[in-house]
Design a protein. Structure first.
Lengths: 126, 489
């Protein structure tokens, strides 16, 4: 397991998530995320959040363009993340800016739902 | 009116506990339809809805209301839901957790509740809008309730291998091709996927009210009792059981149970008794419906058989089992007049037809003056397969090997089974070999990770001659592989 900025990467079979840049913070995911990665992904998100909060980051980029599919339980990692951001003082909150593959319709559907959860904290790159 | 703070705080804590229980029950019903988990799921949401309204958490109340709608649809579909649906339920639960933490009347921040409600409505409108909302609290057979087209079993059998191929193509595809195939796979899954249901006291409750209403209409008294174990079945089996038990109970009231005066004259309790008992016996659902009425009048059955042209000699040679078979033939009735209640023939042929169509049997024993016991026996296919979950290299999806395969240390003589190559979707050359044995057969499958014990919920049944079928493992679709078919052994 490699790590960048103290945030361990998730490398389960068929799925990977790792921080590829610390300034700005960029999380890149690829492959298929199912229920088996939920716990590891949740831990990664918590550590990345701590790092983002410590850096007073304004934006964390999340690149989903290479993710084939994420099921509902693995998408829960993002709702956990948004909850953690919501718990920060308003001035310290940062935005999650997602990069999607325009051809993967599920990504757009899921992000639409996710943005309802915290519309001020979710952005999708055009 | 401001509520005492301690009450509000108590609600926040209780609400989050309820959400956790709802989440656990939702995960449970996605793995296997479980009547208890299903009931708990609906009960918890309903209770939370009531509590939130009472304490002024109107946003939670609204989400609960929509969640109830989602759960009704899911229940009607035997909890065979797609990813979007699962996501909506999960997000609704996340919403409720977040809303429970917020102060009443406080700014909702970035929460776009109306937008989320619109998305739920959209998911609902795409999910069988014809499914009628029921408050019965029971799992229902979707085909009967919804009026959705019932796919004939012959067509279903033809489409099942096509669905299997479509799943393999979809699950192994990438990018735009995967999105395109997703629609085809979902359409087939929707059309011929196994609809799960539960047969148990809750599902057959209407039989009681129906029998009571009919008895009242006929000036009779009847008590109906159940001694039933809940059994997970397909919706087709529930539908057949529904037809059979309802007809047989009505028959018992109409023809078996005597009037109060007749029963008193026969030294019987004034109120007749009908009992329905049974459950799973081996791989069959066996139900017995017994009444303590007048029993089948065998002489009248024989006389009717003669009327219909069977020779007296032949009729006299028929035993009770054969006479029961005659009684279940279309148009055979010992009634001299059709009744408004059940007509001539009283639907026994329909009962037998519904049961036999699923490979079942309908038999009866009867003693004149004492009553009749009808026995319905229907084979119940196993809806869950236990085994080993592996992730074959190069496949992009998990595979289930049934429990007859035993994990074993790899040996150089093992037959290497590169599933990606066998299925024509790639190569698993880079994988680590996991070995399994079954009798004399040993295989080694290139895999991405170690095998784990697991169970798959059958999604689309295929015949044993097929190389496999699609199952759901922990809410993720996977492939049950029949190795011997794949290797043409």
């Amino acid at each position: 397991m490699s790590e960048w900025g103290g945030v361990p990467a998730v490398r389960e079979s068929g799925f990977a998530a790792e921080v590829t840049s610390v300034e700005p913070l960029v999380l890149v995911m690829r492959g298929n995320a199912d229920a088996t990665v939920e716990t590891a992904l949740g831990e990664l998100v918590e550590q990345l959040h701590r790092l983002a909060a410590a850096q007073h980051a304004r934006v964390v980029r999340v690149d989903l363009s290479q993710v084939e599919f994420m099921n509902a339980s693995s998408l829960n990692a993002f709702t956990l993340w948004l909850t953690l951001i919501e718990e920060l003082p308003a001035a310290d909150r940062y935005v999650l800016r997602f990069t999607l593959d325009p051809k993967r319709l599920w990504q757009h559907r899921s992000l639409r739902t996710l943005s309802c959860f915290a519309s001020e904290l979710v952005e999708v790159e055009p | 009116m401001d509520l005492p703070e301690h009450l509000v705080e108590q609600f926040r804590a209780v609400a989050q506990e309820r959400v956790a229980r709802i989440e656990a029950a939702w995960a449970q019903v996605l793995v296997a339809v479980d009547d208890d988990a299903s009931n708990q799921l609906h009960r918890e949401v309903h209770t939370l809805k009531g509590e939130s309204r009472m304490l002024g958490f109107t946003d939670i109340h609204l989400v609960c209301h929509k969640l109830e709608d989602l759960l009704e649809v899911a229940r009607a579909r035997g909890y065979a839901v797609d990813d979007d649906f699962d996501l909506s339920v999960n997000m609704a639960l996340r919403f409720m957790t977040m809303l429970a933490r917020k102060k009443i009347g406080s700014h909702l921040g970035g929460i776009d509740l109306p937008g989320f409600i619109r998305q739920i409505d959209q998911v609902l409108s795409e999910s069988r809008p014809e499914v009628s909302r029921t408050r019965s609290g029971n799992l229902v057979a979707v085909n009967r309730i919804s009026g959705a087209p019932v796919v004939p079993s012959a067509l279903r059998e033809k489409l099942a291998p096509i669905a299997l191929d479509t799943f393999i193509e979809y699950a192994s595809a990438l990018g735009a091709r995967r999105d395109r195939l997703r629609g085809s796979w979902f359409a087939l899954r929707e059309m011929i996927g196994l609809q799960r249901a539960i047969v148990g006291p809750a599902q057959l409750l209407k039989l009681k009210s129906n029998a009571h209403a009919l008895a009242k209409e006929l000036g009779k008294q009847v008590e109906v009792s159940f001694a039933l174990a809940s059994v997970e079945v397909t919706a087709e089996v529930l539908s057949a059981v529904d037809v059979a038990t309802l007809h047989l109970a009505r028959n018992a009231v109409d023809h078996g149970i005597e009037t109060t005066a007749e029963r008193i004259a026969a030294s019987k309790p004034a109120s007749g008794k009908i009992s329905l008992r049974g459950g799973l016996r081996g791989d069959r659902l066996v139900l017995e419906l017994e009444d303590d009425g007048r029993g089948i009048q065998w002489d009248r059955v024989r006389a009717r058989a003669v009327e219909l042209g069977i020779s007296r000699t032949a009729v006299d040679a028929l035993d009770h089992d054969r006479l029961i078979e005659l009684l279940c033939q279309p148009g055979f009735s010992t009634r001299t007049e059709a009744t408004d209640i059940s007509g001539r023939g009283v639907g026994l042929d329909a009962v037998r037809g519904a049961v036999v169509e699923l490979g079942g049997t309908l038999t009866a024993t009867s003693v004149e003056g004492s009553g009749t016991t009808w026995k319905v026996s229907i084979p119940v296919p196993s809806l869950t397969v236990h085994g080993h979950v592996i992730r074959p290299a190069g496949c992009g999806f998990s595979v289930l090997l049934d429990a007859r395969w035993i994990p074993t240390p790899h040996h150089p003589d093992d037959r290497v089974l590169d599933l990606a190559a066998e299925l024509g979707i790639g190569t698993g050359a880079s994988g680590e070999l996991l070995a399994f044995e079954r009798g004399d057969l040993r295989i080694a499958v290139p895999c991405e990770r170690a095998a784990i014990a697991g169970q798959g919920r059958r999604l689309i049944a295929t015949p044993p001659s097929s190389i496999g079928e699609v199952v759901v493992i922990d809410s993720v679709e996977a492939l049950l592989i029949r190795v011997e078919r794949l290797l043409a052994l």
